[in-house]
Design a protein around this ligand. Structure first.
Ligand SMILES: [Zn+2]
Length: 79
């Protein structure tokens, strides 16, 4: 599965973030960076939201000990 905007291969974080913001049962179509851009939020906001979801035990994301691979995602929007 790849991002329909930038073509990045979607990982668990991308899929979780997309589902969380769009629809839990939706097919993930965008990476975190492109989903964040779509909702007009910066990557820093997106990262904070994801960390918060993790902390609250959201099942869409890996548990809190997982390395934050999404930090590698380049920032597309200026904050
Ligand atoms: Zn993308």
């Amino acid at each position: 599965m790849t991002c329909e905007v930038c073509g990045k291969t979607l990982d668990t974080w991308d899929a979780g973030f997309y589902k969380k913001l769009v629809n839990r049962s939706a097919e993930p179509r965008r990476c975190i960076s492109c989903t964040a851009a779509y909702f007009r939020m910066g990557m820093e906001t997106a990262r904070k939201m994801i960390r918060n979801y993790q902390r609250t035990g959201c099942t869409l994301f890996p548990s809190e000990g997982e390395p934050p691979v999404f930090s590698e995602t380049p920032d597309k929007t200026a904050e």
